[in-house]
Design a protein around this ligand. Structure first.
Ligand code: S3P
Length: 172
């Protein structure tokens, strides 16, 4: 029987490649928490990859699915919710995240993000622009919103997943 450690869910946000999926996998194992990877959940329900959803229905449709899912997840307990990188860009989503639990922002430098996503072909917002300059620009545009949403901020450059998780737990 898993011991319930937290009385709230943990909501991970941040740019692509900031480490949300890696950290959520690790935390869920460490603390026997449930995990919802929002991109995965949306993709499973739509029976389509994220790039296909963007290409077929457009970004707005995907953003709408994110909002609905964030609302639905408020009934979950003992759960780590790993958001897609753009989920904090909608004002209404930030409010829904706060109702979901403690919002943790993971950050990484454009260079680190580039190293982590450069071989990825499932990031439609990069539109093939997997280069440091484009990443830096998009990150800067989004920074204010990420920071507004966050209860806790953790920088992940040059840290192991264990170090990031320890820091996260200590700040909760
Ligand atoms: C997006 C990030 C992706 C995914 C979608 C849009 C974004 O999630 O939700 O491609 O707008 O930053 P990851 O952060 O898991 O790559």
């Amino acid at each position: 029987q898993a011991r319930k450690l937290f009385s709230y869910n943990i909501v991970l946000i941040g740019f692509m490649g900031a480490g949300k999926s890696t950290v959520s996998d690790y935390l869920s194992t460490m603390f026997a928490m449930n995990i919802v990877e929002m991109d995965q959940e949306i993709s499973d329900r739509e029976e389509m990859s994220i790039p296909d959803i963007f290409a077929t229905y457009g970004e707005e449709y995907f953003r709408e699915l994110e909002t609905k899912l964030l609302i639905e997840l408020q009934s979950r307990k003992n759960t780590i919710i790993s958001c897609g990188g753009g989920a904090a860009m909608r004002e209404e989503n930030i409010a829904e995240m706060k109702k979901n639990g403690r919002v943790v922002l993971l950050t990484a430098s454009p260079q680190t993000v580039y190293e982590r996503v450069k071989d990825s072909d499932d990031r439609p917002v990069l539109n093939g622009n997997n280069n440091v300059e484009y990443i830096a620009e998009l990150m800067e545009k989004r920074r204010e919103k990420y920071e507004a949403a966050a209860d806790i901020v953790i920088q992940t450059d040059n840290k192991t997943v264990l170090q990031v998780c320890e820091e996260l737990i200590s700040k909760l």
